[in-house]
Write a protein that binds this ligand. Sequence first.
Ligand code: FES
Length: 270
Amino acid sequence: MHTPDANVSHSIPRFGQTARRDAWWVSPVITFICLSAFVIYTTWAAFQGEYYYHGSYLSPLYSPEIFGDSPHSLFGPKPGWWPGWLPFSPALLILWAPGLFRLTCYYYRGAYYKAFFLDPVSCSVSESKKQYTGERSFPLILQNIHRYFLFIALGFWLFLLQDVWQALWFIDPATGEKTFGIGVGTLVLAVNVVLLGGYAFGCHSLRHVIGGMLDHLSGSPVRFRAYQCVTCFNRRHMIWAWCSLFSVGFADIYVRMCAMGIWTDWKILL
Ligand code: FES
């Protein structure tokens, strides 16, 4: 008869212990550095409140400009009812929406849970022994608001599309007339819109919206095609997420540098 060997140790692995031999920690470290840099930069840029437009270009961090001093403002300058003690910047009125959209994104959650909270640390790496409650209890259950922020983000994307159209028109300082043309800034804003579109239209929640409430997608050819399209973007969701993150930051830097007179915006007027 087999009896358990009393000398065999069943020790609980300590935090971070793993049999993995690959550099599993590289990805979380890069995520930590990139996301931290992006959050620090965008927070500074949002509070800075200047050099966010250059002629027909508007930084994506400030679009749509609901109130503000630039010609892009939808409803004019800072409203009189704005409390004097509260810092004002057009970006502060809107950045919460795309910010929360990214924060609650399924891909980013997986990435920053590992990079910032080490929970989980990584696949096959021992984590802390506390009870795992997942996203079914407070506060992580709030991540479910992602599906609502998807629709806000898609609305913002339409404004950015409109900004690209605006960026095709250049005002002649002598006559005040608008001339059609393409500048490097136009291309920067256009690439940004494409990358943001690839990111937003590959959202997992959009797949659920399109594919939900239908037992057989094939019964609705239009929705089936839309589902396939979203699935196509979704396959590379991580790539779209990072590329669009960098492009938003770079588009702001480009407009800012031109507005400050540090960079020259090369353009062709037609
Ligand atoms: Fe990433 Fe919705 S899951 S944007």
